[in-house]
Design a protein. Structure first.
Length: 204
């Protein structure tokens, strides 16, 4: 028997954010947590499994690559091997390492190495997204991932909900419009829906 819409809502509203699963507290506003969520979003934004993206993120942390300068100091060779190799990010290891290095350089050169500065200087939600889009290798998918969980904590974070996620919500009987756009509950519901989509068995 399928779950009733109310049951689905209750379960989804208790879902953990992806940032929480990675041990990050983006609500705190700490630069370390915000920067690492920025890195994680870039990893998750690639066409690769969540498991590999999460494992690669943890390899960054294990190797102490927790700031833009530390990543730049480590360099491309070190990012490719051992970091990316340990995470299993082998298909995109070289290109993704290059993109992350360029993003870190831009963050240092234009935003004092602080992810929070992006939000501070942005005029509004669209300007914030435009600034993120200027980072090499950061496209719409990465921007949506990054800002979706920051929406409850950053006033100017308001990414559009992807059509695929809206369609999935309807299948679950979940009305996304019933939630306040800036609420933590909505962020949890969206995280839960994404997990449900990724865990669903694929049709042969």
């Amino acid at each position: 028997m399928s779950a009733k819409p109310a049951d689905s809502n209750d379960r989804l509203e208790q879902a953990r954010l992806y940032s929480e699963e990675l041990g990050l507290d983006i609500a705190s506003g700490r630069e370390r947590d915000l920067f690492l969520w920025f890195i994680a979003s870039q990893l998750f934004g690639q066409r690769i499994s969540e498991e590999i993206a999460a494992r690669t993120f943890r390899a960054f942390v294990a190797h102490g690559l927790t700031s833009p300068q530390k990543i730049l100091d480590a360099g491309w060779d070190y990012l490719v091997n051992p970091v990316m190799r340990e995470g299993g990010y082998v298909r995109y290891d070289e290109s993704k390492s290059r993109k992350i290095l360029r993003a870190c350089r831009k963050l240092l050169d234009q935003y004092d190495g602080k992810v929070s500065r992006l939000h501070e200087v942005a005029a509004d939600a669209r300007d914030l997204e435009a600034r993120l889009d200027e980072f090499y290798g950061v496209g719409p998918v990465t921007i949506e991932i990054f800002l979706r969980e920051l929406r409850p904590f950053w006033k100017k974070a308001d990414p559009e909900t992807p059509p695929a996620l809206r369609n999935l919500a309807r299948k679950f009987g979940v009305d996304l419009e019933a939630y306040d756009r800036g609420s933590l509950r909505l962020a949890r519901v969206e995280a839960g829906l994404i997990r449900a989509r990724h865990s669903a068995p694929r049709k042969n």
